[in-house]
Design a protein around this ligand. Structure first.
Ligand SMILES: Nc1ncnc2c1ncn2[C@@H]1O[C@H](COP(=O)(O)OP(=O)(O)OP(=O)(O)O)[C@@H](O)[C@H]1O
Ligand SMILES: [Mg+2]
Length: 454
């Protein structure tokens, strides 16, 4: 039931208006002055304020300014002859004004309009998220067995209510898969909302997820609905779950288990009907083993994992994806169709794509923007120069230990091959320069596959 706050100092008038509003089925709080009104605002959630402009303890205009943070529609009641003041109130953000004597039907109409507008505002928030997702198309392109197998899993799980965990390096299509799962589920007409635990500071993250009750912390005048609640009935995509701070991991576990949420600052638990899709590019199992990630949460979310392979492990998808992106982007960006020459495709297929599909898409986009003719040649595709045939070594995936060990191996390999080249592949001399034993050098040459022609 929507609650209306009525502020009017004239007792007879106040009672009359309150009964008109109550009869229409609204809850009404009535106050005779601003002090009483403020006390009520702190206590209850009002949907609309109806207030006289002349009040005993404070000017109505000042009252309006003080409550502006609440973003409540504010309907001014104004005596005949003070229209100018009412206009000023509108400029200050009042919703509308009604001249006295008040026509009851007109007052009720104003209240209904103000309520409808606030509702639209809230729905728009959900709509914006949905539109954003529509723009980020859901077609999954690829023909490799590695990808198709995972796409098939996604299709199967989509129809269920199961919690899904998408694992894969950055740019492998986790969000694309999450949206596809949503689009293929019975929840497709409900919201799809996403949050990235790595991109929001811890203190804001909790508020963003759970929302808060009015006054739950300093500055929280207005009740705020969290993203989880906004996703009601739909799908919630939780990115970088591995980066979720430990205290919040406990809270999310509780949400999963109890299927309710409680806004910050108390209130009762609200039943929650959402499907969760989690994503991570970290090794969660390892994080759980090292207690950086709660084990109970780990088990709770890994019941249905989908593993998106890096692009370099399914090179067959590269030409398909490249063709798809060229066609789509050239029509979008250049308004006509461009193609990739065979040599350009070969160049793309030979690169290791540490940034995966996102990097490929960006490279193709750059080429489309700068291409001279309708056929894009290899020279028009700019790829970063890298010293080695594409080092998984340089990717930052995995634990610190894994990253360091790969980087160390890469540095060793580079250094040894450089010294071998300088010495004309004189192993004895190279071992001296490198200050390692002859045997160690031979082992390393073998390990890194450094043949003389290199
Ligand atoms: N199989 C695919 N078919 C078509 N487009 C794809 C495919 N995989 C990824 N993309 C596109 O590549 C881009 C990156 O994908 P996405 O955002 O889903 O990656 P991600 O795994 O969520 O990355 P991150 O971990 O960095 O958030 C998106 O524009 C997405 O549409
Ligand atoms: Mg993502």
């Amino acid at each position: 039931m929507d609650r209306i706050l009525l502020v009017e100092d004239n007792a007879a008038m106040r009672e009359m208006l309150a009964s008109i509003i109550a009869e229409k089925g609204y809850a009404v709080d009535a106050a005779a002055d601003v002090a009483a009104a403020m006390a009520l605002l702190r206590k209850e959630d009002h949907a609309v304020v109806v207030s006289d402009l002349q009040l005993p303890d404070m000017d109505g205009l000042t009252f309006l300014k003080r409550t502006r943070d609440l973003r409540l529609p504010f309907i001014i009641l104004t005596a005949y002859g003070s229209i100018e003041k009412a206009v000023e109130a509108i400029k200050e953000g009042a919703w509308d004004f009604i001249a006295k004597p008040v026509d009851p039907d007109y007052l009720l109409l104003m209240i209904a309009k103000a309520l409808a507008a606030t509702r639209v505002e809230r729905e728009n928030l959900v709509l914006r998220e949905v539109l954003r997702s529509e723009a980020g198309r859901t077609a999954i392109i690829g023909s490799s067995r590695e990808l198709l197998q995972e796409a098939e899993k996604a299709r199967q799980v989509a129809q269920t209510q199961a919690t899904v965990l998408l694992r894969g390096e950055s740019g492998t299509g986790k969000e694309l898969f999450a949206r596809a799962i949503h689009a293929l589920s019975t929840r497709r007409d409900r919201p799809f909302l996403a949050i990235n635990s790595a991109s929001i500071p811890e203190n804001l993250l909790e508020n963003e997820l759970f929302g808060h009750e009015k006054g739950s912390y300093t500055g929280a005048h207005l009740r705020q609905v969290g993203k989880l609640e906004l996703a009601q009935g739909g799908t919630f995509f939780f990115e970088e779950i591995g980066d979720l701070p430990l205290p919040l991991q406990g809270k999310i576990l509780r949400v999963l288990e109890e299927k309710t949420i409680t806004r910050l600052g108390g209130g009762r638990p609200i039943p929650l009907d959402i499907r969760f899709v989690f994503a991570t590019n970290q090794d969660l199992e390892q994080a759980a083993a090292e207690r950086r990630f709660r084990q109970d949460l780990y088990y709770r979310i890994t019941s249905f994992p989908i593993d998106l392979p890096p692009l370099r492990e399914r090179r067959g998808d590269i030409p398909l994806l490249a063709d798809h992106f060229v066609r789509r982007l050239s029509l979008e960006v250049r308004k006509r169709e461009f193609t990739l020459s065979a040599a350009a495709l070969e160049k793309l297929a030979g690169y290791s794509w540490p940034g995966n599909v996102r990097e490929l898409q960006n490279a193709v986009e750059r080429a489309v923007i700068t291409a001279a003719g309708p056929e894009i040649g290899p020279a028009e595709i700019a790829l970063p120069d890298r010293p080695f045939p594409l080092p998984d070594a340089m990717s930052l995936n995995g634990s610190l230990k894994e990253v360091s060990s790969r980087a160390q191996r890469l540095a060793e390999k580079l250094k040894i091959s450089q010294v071998l080249a300088e010495t004309g592949f004189n192993r004895t001399r190279a071992a001296e320069i490198l200050e390692v034993s002859y045997k160690t050098l031979l082992d390393k040459i073998k390990e890194y596959g450094l043949a003389e022609k290199d």
